[in-house]
Design a protein around this ligand. Structure first.
Ligand code: NAG
Length: 213
């Protein structure tokens, strides 16, 4: 009871005072982009909370974007956030996604995840939007791949060691030549079984694979 009141006070007093009291500062990681229709891009990212802290560190996830890196004036839409398995020892993994809509075709855009509360902003990142549908002025190079869940003791025995890492290294070498990657499922096996990803819990295996992507 006494402990509960103590936590309540810690949460209430800072918000009355109008500033955030942070036990820990978080930074967005596992930042990645996906296609969201002809003129949109989805930005997804992750934040892991610290030990015993299960609350959402970013209640209003927003990405600012524009065609100039010095003035990001457009704001993302369609906020989604979710968390997966809570683990006392590792905190909670929160996943966020928003959409940047109304993009001009074949244009370089700059974007930044906006920090708030105890979460830092990301650095200013960039991408080139998709070409106009039917634009034949230059080829679009697409790499398609999937089924990366090949490691673990059984996978290593059947396929050889570190196939997941080898596949990612091979794809990374192609980055400068490829406009769009199409991943059709099976990133890795994160299911609490040491046979599939040795010595890693669900959260650790999931974070390892997601961060490597
Ligand atoms: C876009 O981002 C990449 C990767 O961080 C960086 O190397 C590149 O310089 C950036 N390009 C521009 C034009 O800002």
């Amino acid at each position: 009871m006494a402990k509960c009141i103590f936590f309540l006070l810690l949460r209430v007093i800072p918000s009355i005072a109008g500033f955030d009291f942070c036990f820990k500062i978080f930074a967005p990681d596992q930042i990645r982009l996906a296609s969201a229709g002809d003129t949109g891009v989805n930005v997804g990212w992750h934040i892991r909370t610290s030990l015993l802290d299960f609350s959402d560190p970013l209640t209003n996830p927003i990405v600012m974007f524009d065609t100039s890196p010095t003035k990001l004036t457009s704001k993302s839409v369609y906020i989604k956030s979710s968390s997966y398995e809570r683990n006392i020892g590792f905190g909670v993994s929160w996943f966020y996604s928003v959409e940047l809509q109304g993009l001009k075709p074949s244009t370089m855009y700059y974007y930044q995840i906006a920090g708030s509360g105890c979460v830092l902003s990301s650095s200013i990142l960039n991408f080139t939007s998709a070409p106009l549908l039917g634009d034949r002025s230059r080829p679009v190079r697409i790499a398609t791949y999937g089924d990366l869940g090949v490691d673990g003791l059984i996978g290593t025995f059947v396929n050889g060691p570190c196939l997941f890492e080898q596949a990612l290294n091979a794809l990374q070498k192609k980055l400068s030549e490829i406009d769009f990657f199409l991943h059709h499922g099976d990133i890795c096996y994160a299911d609490d079984t040491p046979v599939l990803v040795p010595l890693k819990t669900y959260e650790q295996a999931m974070d390892y694979c997601q961060a490597a992507m």
